[in-house]
Write a protein of this length. Sequence first.
Length: 365
Amino acid sequence: MSIVPTSPSASDFWSPRIEALQPYVPGEQPQIDNLVKLNTNENPYPPSPAVADAIQIAAAHGLERYPDPESVALRDAIAAHAGLVRAQVFVGNGSDEVLAHAFFAFFQQIEPLLIPDVTYSFYRVYARLYGIDCAQVPVDGGLRVDIDALVERATAGCAGMVVANPNAPTGIGLPISEVERLLRACPHRVVLIDEAYVDFGGESALPLIDRYPNLLVVQTLSKSRSLAGLRVGFACGQAHLIDALQRVKNSFNSYPIDRLASAGAIAALEDDAWFIRTRDAIVDAREGLCLQLEDLGFEVLPSQANFVFARHPAHDAAALFAALRARAVLVRHFDAPRIAQYLRISIGTRQQCTALVDALAAIVG
């Protein structure tokens, strides 16, 4: 009697850890006519015109050759911008890749990695991917990162800390004095400060790098420099931390920054006037939107980012999200403990913010 082989399932081909992964879910990028897109914290303004010019020049020569694996020109530009030297700068394909390399390089320890329980959800994904024990320390009742709790937890031992400042998705920032408390709490482990939104009103930890050998600061050009489509992120820290990241990068992909991305990123960093003008427009729009939302009865958390986190005490957030989407206004809703009644609203142009407020006024009455 012949035995008929069973058909394999997809998971039969996977490594054991893959089936347990719950990947990060990015904000949707739908193709809807006349969409007011306020869901992924993109900059509503285009990058500096110098970016397109630099990319065009870079595209004319050299694409048949690999880019510089050390990204010397880009690292020099970032170092000059940050008041550092090249050996203190690492670059990657967006800050998400930089974060992934940092998790691999620094946090695979016996003790747990500490993160706030309300923060960028990709941190938990990285921890699961690399098998890192991750302890989530609750934020306080105002959804602020609880520095006292993190410091107390660190005294029991930890693999390090990852704190977004300003935090996501709340937008609430920490003063540098609080960051220093974290650095002093675990001097023998890396404290990673994710500053994706720092340019919109936060206080950067970059000036602390020369004083703290355990500080790694991660930033991106996706938000304040309008380069989300180009994918350039970077980390800054003392040379021994950058060397560890370079070892991981060169064991994974020697060429994460292509010629066009490097040229565009350098041009964006050099045009401070454009950056300041568009950044200030976003901050002004944020402050105006907060007042308008409060007039509609929303409770809005204090934001130092290019988004606001708000809830309405009389209306379910999921229902508001759906009603806005039906009106071609897209915001972000997280169905997660403690924040399920909030909407995260990216700051758009004044016209986009007006369209949002008009839609909400019609919905909440």
